[in-house]
Design a protein around this ligand. Structure first.
Ligand code: AMP
Length: 208
């Protein structure tokens, strides 16, 4: 089974992907996480990408396609994969199609106003990457991850100006993928404005 979660930043793809990947035993391939790991490791790819990520722009297609091809070549991806945040452009989708065909793409639908609120209050664990929200999903102890006690931080691209850019980039470059996968009869939609458990139920139904 090869799946991809599609949707604007802040739609909850990451949160749902962690749960779905554990339940379906599929490797969770989150390209944003891969880039942040490359930055933390001081890799040239990460250093090059950081400027764009911090201002809410996309990393070039060639870089992303290369990164994903290397990841897909690992043995754990042989039987299936769960993409989170890839593809994000039609060029990436075309490149992916030459390597593997996606069985399902699930579009997470949420109104823009809710996204700004979700992203602005988001905090992430600097150690394990788990997401929290200052209002909607606060940690048990302020500033510390429930899972590993790592320090919670705000991503640079979760600041107001970058958020606005990311939403615009999504509309212009990523949203056209809904029609792309609809045409291939691969697309399913879920209402991602609902609470996380409800979204998860819709997601499982959408996957059949
Ligand atoms: P995310 O964690 O999915 O929100 O990704 C964070 C940032 O990483 C995005 O705003 C982009 O700058 C970059 N990024 C992640 N995935 C991709 C992709 N498939 N194509 C281009 N840029 C990406």
């Amino acid at each position: 089974m090869r799946l991809s979660l599609l949707g604007p930043p802040g739609a909850g793809k990451g949160t749902q992907a962690v749960r779905l990947s554990a339940d379906l035993k599929l490797p969770h391939v989150a390209t944003g996480d891969m880039l942040r790991a490359a930055i933390a490791a001081g890799d040239p790819v990460g250093i090059e990408a950081k400027r764009r990520i911090d201002r809410g722009a996309l990393v070039p297609d060639e870089t992303m396609v290369q990164l994903v091809k290397q990841r897909l070549a690992k043995p754990d991806c042989a039987a299936g994969v769960l993409f989170d945040g890839f593809p994000r452009t039609v060029a990436q989708a075309d490149a992916l199609e030459k390597v593997v065909r996606l069985d399902r793409v699930v579009l997470f639908e949420v109104a823009a106003a809710a996204l700004v609120e979700r992203l602005g209050g988001r905090r992430v664990c600097s150690k394990c990457g788990r997401n929290f929200h200052v209002r909607f999903a606060p940690p048990k102890a302020a500033g510390a991850c429930d899972a590993c006690a790592g320090a919670l931080i705000q991503r640079d691209d979760d600041r107001e100006e970058a958020i606005r850019n990311r939403l615009q980039v999504y509309e212009e470059q990523t949203a056209p993928l809904a029609a792309y996968y609809d045409a291939r009869k691969t697309l399913r939609r879920v209402d991602a404005a609902a609470p996380p458990d409800r979204v998860y139920e819709s997601l499982r139904r959408a996957l059949g």
